[in-house]
Design a protein around this ligand. Structure first.
Ligand code: GMT
Length: 379
């Protein structure tokens, strides 16, 4: 099948999911065309089935806001015609589902009918999409999609609650590639550069936005390090990072925390980690938690959104109410204080991650693509 994937090319979860999905589809023989404004961070164009088409938005002094949707929908039309693309898969409703719908209409005008699959990722529904300024267009473009998927049951419920959606929403969870193993870690990044042998390594990875509750990460770590030797790895960058550094200094723990920024060494850092912290305000799924679990790292998280669908309480880690720092620190210490318990949680974390192996999840997308194609042909 010839598939166009539209996504954000950045470090965010939706871009990662879209990129990994496209790469695996290409490995399985599909021809995949990524259409976005920059080459996605995890995309290596080494596969002859993978193509990348950049969307350029020409600047003009009259434009206060650059009309990206317009350029994207034009590019989609041109690429569908040029490469005979059969299906559009847009990730993140804003503005991709809207641009995709416009492209579909322009193509229809030229006698070409193409189905559009829209995958909802989270903040496009819970935070941004729900804003009154976007809501009408987001509802419209979800209802106009041929197939709609969401990355968790919780996100599906939130979508029905917040929007007037008449379409069926199919739940397809985030996934992970499980071929990696700590012994395959050839990185130059050594454990000794992060912590002393007796120190536990605790990690947080995110885009440092408010929704991640970065101060909670630091306060939980502060409590942990008062009871046992530990170091905190803070990976990623975003608006809350400077405040996070200031809080560490205020608490007198800056020498126990490493701020990596947007690192390319995520696999290495996770392979040395003993615990992952994700106390988010909300998380439609929590891909970062799954990535940690795939490296046998147990997770301490909040119980909001889709997190209970990936982090199983008392098995792969623990869940607490949002903001309950004491409970999160207590649970962390329960896991970290005893080598046997830690080992058990590490094994459970990996076994839980195995349920989300890309090999099990990808056929669910393929099945929906076939259904969408059949529906379009029958029209
Ligand atoms: O977490 C973010 O802020 C990034 C965001 C994105 O869209 O790139 O992630 C969302 O999509 C991921 C992939 O489906 C989910 O695993 C994340 O839970 C979700 N983030 C939120 O709901 C806050």
């Amino acid at each position: 099948m010839k598939i166009a994937i539209v996504c954000y090319p950045t470090f965010g979860g939706s871009g990662v999911v879209a990129t990994e999905l496209g790469i695996e589809l290409a490995n399985r023989g599909h021809e995949v065309h990524f259409i976005t404004y920059r080459q996605p961070v995890r995309l290596a164009l080494l596969n002859s089935n993978v193509h990348y088409h950049e969307v350029n938005v020409p600047e003009y002094p009259l434009f206060h806001y650059q009309p990206y949707e317009l350029a994207l929908s034009s590019k989609l039309v041109d690429m569908v015609k040029l490469y005979k693309i059969e299906l559009l898969h847009v990730h993140y409703a804003i503005p991709h589902a809207y641009a995709g719908y416009m492209a579909k209409q322009m193509l229809k005008d030229q006698g070409i009918t193409i189905p559009m699959v829209t995958t909802l990722h989270g903040t496009d529904i819970t935070l941004v999409g729900n804003h009154p300024n976007y809501k009408t267009a987001v509802s419209f473009s979800i209802n106009k999609s041929d197939v709609v998927t969401s990355v968790s049951k919780s996100l599906k419920e939130a979508t029905y609650e917040l929007f007037d959606i008449k379409k069926e929403i199919h739940v397809i969870p985030n996934f992970i590639e499980l071929v990696k193993h700590p012994s395959e870690n050839n990185s130059v990044c050594q454990r000794s550069t992060m912590a002393k042998p007796e120190e536990r390594i605790i990690t947080h990875i995110s885009n440092f936005r408010k929704v991640k509750r970065i101060p909670d990460v630091i306060k939980i770590f502060n409590k942990i390090q008062q009871s046992l030797p530990a170091r905190l790895m803070m990976v990623g960058d975003g608006p809350e990072k400077v405040k996070a550094e200031q809080l560490c200094e205020k608490l007198g723990i800056l020498d126990k925390v490493i701020f990596f920024g947007n690192s390319n060494e995520i696999d290495s850092i996770l392979s040395y980690s003993d615990l992952f912290l994700l106390p988010s305000e909300t998380e439609s799924f929590g891909l970062a938690a799954l990535e940690a679990m795939a490296w046998s790292v147990p997770v301490i998280s909040s119980n909001s959104g889709g997190l209970p669908e990936v982090n199983f309480d008392g098995i792969s880690g623990y869940l607490s109410n949002v903001g309950d720092i004491d409970s999160m620190a207590e649970n962390a210490l329960r896991i970290l204080s005893d080598d046997t318990i830690l080992k058990e949680f590490k094994t459970n974390a990996l076994n839980t991650a195995k349920q989300f192996d890309i090999k099990n999840i990808l056929p669910l997308y393929e099945e929906l693509y076939h259904q969408a194609l059949l529906k379009t042909k029958a029209k």
